[in-house]
Design a protein around this ligand. Structure first.
Ligand code: ATP
Ligand code: AMO
Length: 434
């Protein structure tokens, strides 16, 4: 069906049909040009008014910008043309006419605010620098999947309609499920853990998570993409090794395969995959370093969670990706295992970009009695989680894993100011469509 020639493949001497969007129309009097854009680039079409058929010229020059046209003709070398070649048309077919009133300008000459862009994503993604974000996102996920497979893990898909929540800090979205109480899943946490006790042993999932976040911020979504990993017989340090390898693989894939996209975003000079090992800083050292920066009004004490200001102060001080390890047990969820020699300290870790948290993870509590105790200590009813806890009675190996926020990875990788820019159709408090 698609027998057109892509603009990037049109060579001098070829007879082609190129189809795409009218990017620009320039009428210089006796000569006029339209620039056609497709997914591979742009090409000039030349109209010489005195020499060409009037109908052809009229059709070519009366079409509105962003209409879809198919142009058939000869490709000529022309050094004054933007790409060094142009099409001398024999026919032009207006395939889909665009309204002359466009809600945003895909040529980028007129800036649009983010809400206007998100309301008109189809037009917004006609811009090279916006399209580039999603091509980079796709490449990062491809590289991540490849690394997971290299690590010997199997891709899984777990349910998104569930009976219980797991991440205490954020609210659940309730739904009704044939008259029964149900929720949108906040994290594949319990399901991925159940799989390490299965014959799969080491698994990953890239899928949506749903969180009724309290606040509207530039780094929270109500529907996000979680990149999850879980492995039998791993401790928290091995899980951190895997986390570091996966994040580096994402950067390396982009550096290797997305030069054009990085150029569209003007990042070609500054984009560098992280090098060397990510520093591993204990929570205790982290709060000491944060307090020493003098950036906080009140110094942190053991047991405090890190505020956004605290994360920024430490991020500026460290200046690269890093882990915060050995968090106080009381501020980590029930499924995180404590250190055997000190129950006040957990094996939980976070992986940070200098500007924000990207990952949480840890070794898990795999001992049945301790797990059930943990539920009680966090005020959760172990009976509601029986589907999960009972599997810990039938041979659940020690295990560890983590969850990485997909959009935060892309946002920090590309220095985007708002996490919504890394999602095609973001969900936030104000936005339920498109
Ligand atoms: P006018 O009525 O403006 O005199 P014309 O038919 O004389 O029109 P030209 O003088 O050939 O047009 O070109 C007008 C402008 O377009 C010039 O600045 C020229 O450099 C540029 N131009 C001509 N041909 C091409 C081409 N194939 N690609 C890009 N630019 C071109
Ligand atoms: P946590 O709740 O820290 O851990 O989530 C893991 C990572 O997911 C990303 N993230 C979000 N991104 C955008 N918008 C949100 N609302 C949002 N919420 C979370 C962050 C965060 O670091 N079950 C554990 C993981 C584990 O232990 O394996 C969990 O969900 O980048």
């Amino acid at each position: 069906m698609d027998d057109r020639t892509y603009t990037a493949d049109a060579e001098p001497g070829d007879h082609v049909t190129v189809a795409g969007w009218v990017h620009e129309i320039r009428d210089l009097g006796g000569i006029a040009f339209i620039i056609i854009r497709d997914t591979t680039g742009k090409i000039q079409v030349k109209f010489e008014k005195d020499e060409m058929d009037d109908d052809l010229v009229d059709t070519g020059l009366s079409v509105h910008r962003e209409s879809v046209v198919a142009v058939t003709g000869e490709v000529d070398e022309e050094e004054r043309a933007p790409t060094g070649v142009e099409i001398v048309p024999e026919s032009i077919d207006v395939v889909a006419e665009a309204d002359p009133e466009l809600p945003l300008d895909p040529s980028g000459k007129v800036d649009a605010e983010l809400p206007t862009r998100l309301d008109n994503r189809t037009l917004d993604l006609r811009k090279d620098e916006v399209k580039a974000i999603f091509e980079i996102r796709a490449e990062a996920l491809r590289a991540v999947r490849e690394k997971f497979r290299e690590l010997g893990s199997t891709e899984i898909n777990t349910p998104k309609i569930v009976a219980t929540g797991t991440e205490g800090g954020t609210e659940l979205f309730p739904i009704t499920y044939f008259g029964q109480e149900a929720f949108m899943n906040q994290s594949p946490q319990l399901f991925k853990q159940l799989m390490v006790g299965s014959g799969l042993e080491r698994v990953f999932e890239i899928g949506p998570i749903f969180r009724a976040e309290e606040h509207n911020t530039p780094r929270h979504l109500n529907e996000a993409t979680s990149i999850d990993f879980e492995s039998a017989f791993y401790d928290h340090t091995e899980a951190m090794d895997a986390c570091e390898a996966v994040v580096k693989a994402a950067y390396e894939g982009v550096a290797e395969n997305c030069q054009e996209q990085l150029e569209a975003l003007d990042l070609q000079d500054e984009f560098e995959p992280p090098e060397g090992d990510f520093p591993r800083i204990s929570y205790e050292d982290a709060i000491e370093r944060i307090n020493a920066t003098g950036e906080l009004d009140e110094p942190l004490v053991f047991g405090d969670d890190l505020s956004t200001e605290a994360e920024h102060a430490l991020g500026q001080d460290v200046g690269e990706h890093y882990f915060i390890t050995d968090w106080p047990s009381e501020i980590k969820p029930f499924y995180i295992k404590d250190h055997d020699d000190d129950e006040e300290i957990s094996t939980g870790f976070d992986m940070m970009h200098p500007s924000m948290e990207l990952v949480s993870g840890g070794q898990r509590e795999h001992r049945y009695d301790r797990l059930v105790e943990g539920f009680e200590q966090q005020g959760l009813d172990p009976e509601a989680f029986e589907y999960y806890t009972k599997m810990f009675k039938y041979g659940m190996p020690p295990h560890a894993g983590w969850g990485l926020g997909g959009e935060r990875l892309i946002m920090t990788m590309l220095g985007l100011g708002n996490i919504r820019e890394a999602v095609l159709f973001p969900r936030d408090r104000q936005r339920l469509s498109p």
